[in-house]
Design a protein around this ligand. Sequence first.
Ligand SMILES: O=C(O)CCC(=O)C(=O)O
Length: 255
Amino acid sequence: MQLTSAERESGRLQEETLRLAVQAVKVNGYVVFEEVLPPDFISGVRAEFLRVFEEHTARTDPNRGANRYQMHLPFQAPFCDTAITANPLALAVIDQLLGPDCVCHYFASDTAMPGSDYQAVHSDIHLLFPETELSLPAYSVVLNIPLVDFREDNGPVEIWPGGTHFMPGGIEMQKLAPEMHSQSVLMPAGSLLIRDMRMWHRGTPNRSQETRPNLALIYSRPWLKTKYPPIEIGAENYDRLSERAKQLFRFENIS
Ligand SMILES: O=C(O)CCC(=O)C(=O)O
């Protein structure tokens, strides 16, 4: 979705934009707000990201397939800027999906390096009642923020929209996915991709010469228990957060 410049600058969605964005996630599993964060801001975040990432890759092996890394982000500037952690345009949608008492409990990134390959199609969250065929409302949502333009050649995320987030238990994802409609999420750097954690997706090969970083923040209903380690937040950084951001990170490790 293209937002108006008034929406981007004020951080407030028009009533209809918000309504349709929420409906898009409910029905189609995702919505993209294109080019929300200003290029100057994104290029600062990208520069610092690449510095931290280089240190990380120097001491660890790829953990998401060949030449592909999941890396937790340090909770420090510029990553903890509220434009990222408590983005008002993203939260307007997320609040409607999860309720205003939702939490943010995952602060990380996915980076496809040149030479990375297709991942197996997957969903990012367990089903609450896998033994049934129940489809439930959203309980966990991921916010992706691409730090470079996502193009066909640099490993865009591939998604299976249109209902895979309603997956009942017992579905043969690997066998069904190749028979179903999928699409690459092509979007400019600084866009916001909001997707139901259950929606089927995968990383694709980065055939370009450059690293393709993607920030990933997970927001969930406050009762959801997951396997992720708590986010380590220094008390000074926590104290500097807005009241809304403090509320979002209230269950994390603040010390
Ligand atoms: O390419 C991406 O950003 C998504 C990768 C992904 O889905 C994963 O590593 O679980």
